[in-house]
Design a protein around this ligand. Structure first.
Ligand code: SAM
Ligand code: ZN
Length: 263
């Protein structure tokens, strides 16, 4: 399944390292994840604060309906091997494994802090620090790739998927977090759908999951805000106004697209 990031040879698991026949070896952390980024490629991805905020927000269950829908779709597709590409701290990944224990689940993220948090849950997912643009996986070894609010590298997904493999992508819908945006800005625009096309894949199903969430503490509002891109581009006055609130109702909207690899 795994290939060495240095020589592309087969990578196997030993007691405390992953190693290849050319004697490249990569330590396994106590919690079980392994960093397969090469030294010259600095691990970036989401930072600790962002991860802390996302963990706090997601633990309140506001995105549980999305998680349920993803588990339902994957169960119906009879997926046995799954990659969560840009898995963050494993909110979806760990529960997919817990709910479908027969599935072999692999989580990859560029952020070491996120992967460390994900693997501390000991769910049985194989976790690695790696870029989804250059996955340490053999060609045609996976049944499905899941990508939730994460960068997509079509060629790489195509390479690692088996023939007729699935690619399930989740991105924000046009009205995702509209209530939060209204609380921050005088003029609010809908999110633009990124005009993406994946020539190696065929879109076989798409749907919009759409509902309202109620945040009933200042802490939840702040956690949500800090995990969004608005955190980086909002005036101080607007942030102070938001932080003074103790409740907020906002729409969430998830666009799910299911693609199948064209052979
Ligand atoms: C918005 S978060 C979503 C995380 C997770 N899928 C979720 O929905 O909870 C995007 C994630 O993509 C990761 N990321 C960004 N660029 C990446 C790359 N090139 N390779 C792997 N992960 C990447 C970030 O570190 C972050 O954890
Ligand atoms: Zn090697």
């Amino acid at each position: 399944m795994l290939q060495c990031p240095k020589c592309k040879g087969k990578l196997h698991k030993e007691e405390k390292v992953y190693a290849c026949e050319a004697h490249h070896s990569f330590d396994i952390a106590k919690s079980g994840y392994c960093n397969l980024l090469l030294d010259n490629r600095k691990s970036t991805g989401d930072d600790k604060d962002m991860i802390r905020s996302r963990t706090a927000f997601l633990s309140e269950g506001h995105y549980a309906p999305l998680k349920e829908r993803i588990i339902e779709i994957l169960s119906q597709l009879f997926v046995h091997t799954l990659v969560d590409a840009g898995c963050g701290e494993g909110y979806y990944t760990n529960d997919i494994k817990r709910r479908i224990p027969s599935m072999d689940v692999w989580g990859f993220d560029l952020s070491k802090s996120a992967v460390a948090a994900a693997s501390r849950q000991k769910s049985g997912v194989h976790y690695f620090v790696a870029s989804v643009s250059d996955l340490p996986l053999k060609c045609a070894c996976m049944d499905a790739v899941l990508s939730i609010f994460a960068p997509v590298y079509e060629e790489e997904n195509y390479r690692i998927l088996k023939p007729s493999g699935y690619f399930l992508k989740v991105e924000p819908g046009p009205q995702h977090l509209l209530g939060l945006k209204k609380a921050l800005y005088d003029t609010v625009y809908e999110n633009e759908a990124a005009a993406m096309s994946y020539p190696h894949f065929r879109l076989i199903r798409e749907e919009m999951l759409d509902y309202e969430i109620q945040l009933s503490s200042g802490e939840s509002i702040r956690s949500l805000f800090r995990m969004t891109p608005y955190y980086w581009k909002t005036s101080r006055e607007a942030v102070q106004r938001l932080y003074a609130r103790q409740c907020l109702t906002t729409r969430v909207q998830f666009h799910l697209e299911l693609y199948q690899k064209e052979d």
